[in-house]
Design a protein around this ligand. Structure first.
Ligand code: GLU
Length: 263
């Protein structure tokens, strides 16, 4: 529990929401959840915290605009849907955040931003300037120039890259799972959530690659990759269920929820 205590002091916070958290099972946006998310994040901002949101959803929103009931098999068409959906998604976020008088900004990045010192420095400066101005950056992968997160990951790795880039205190991955389980909870009723992971051991990787732990688009494997990036960058990471965005408050008040990967 002492490890959870330090989360109370987290100042720079990255929250990642995946497409499954933002939508109903029929692929339509869950406005109730989006609205709660905007309220909670603005409230954290009002507490004086620096908040960054990494949000997927451009493809599902783009598909909805195009009247498609399922994702295209062709990658360029998925990218096109993302280009259409990203603008609409930002309009929706703006509407919800405006309710609480909170300004937001759009940042589209790719993880290779870390490989070039000039681009890395530019990105870091933009992030820091925005959060110092009290603005909440809303980040997504630039799906026109990269397809990594479209193909596999749903922004898990990207959010860890962002958390590392801006030297965040914590990354909270909100997903459709409660955390990392000891076994597949659908098959094994005695499976428990692992509360704290101190270093990514081979055992943890094996648990994560278990057949039953591939919930969500990215599954657990990309979440473990994200944890590794966070580990190396001194960022704590929590995987928790995003069905009620109020869980962010509980995590930040040190409650034993989800799985905490210690930096
Ligand atoms: N950038 C993508 C999006 O916003 C990632 C998520 C996905 O693959 O659905 O939709």
């Amino acid at each position: 529990m002492q490890y959870r205590e330090k989360l109370k002091k987290a100042d720079k916070i990255v929250i990642k929401v995946g497409s499954s958290t933002l939508t109903y099972s029929n692929g339509r946006l869950n406005f109730n959840r989006l609205e709660k998310l905007a309220r909670v994040l603005t409230d954290l901002r009002n507490q004086g915290k620096k908040v960054i949101l990494v949000s997927s959803g451009s493809i599902v929103v783009g598909n909805e605009k195009l009247g498609l009931t399922k994702r295209s098999e062709k990658l360029p068409e998925v990218q096109a849907a993302a280009a259409i959906g990203q603008a609409v998604l930002m309009k929706i976020y703006q509407k919800f955040f405006e309710e609480y008088n909170q300004l937001v900004a759009q940042i589209l990045v790719t993880k290779d931003v870390m490989d070039n010192s000039i681009r890395k420095n530019n990105a870091e400066n933009t992030f820091n300037t925005l959060v110092d101005m009290g603005i909440i950056p809303i980040v997504n992968e630039n799906d026109t120039v990269a397809t990594d997160e479209i193909e596999f990951g749903d922004n898990d790795t990207l959010s860890a890259t962002v958390a590392s880039l801006i030297k965040a205190d914590i990354l909270i991955l909100l997903s459709d799972i409660d955390g990392l389980y000891t076994n597949d909870p659908r098959k094994d009723s005695s499976a428990n959530i692992i509360s704290i992971v101190n270093g990514i051991s081979r055992e943890i990787e094996e648990v994560a690659s278990g057949a039953g732990t591939t919930f969500g688009t990215g599954g657990m494997i990309t979440k473990i990759s994200a944890a590794k990036i966070c580990n190396e960058s001194g960022v704590d990471m929590v995987i928790a269920n995003g069905k009620d965005p109020h869980i962010i408050y509980d995590i930040l008040s040190g409650e034993d929820l989800g799985t905490l990967f210690l930096a």
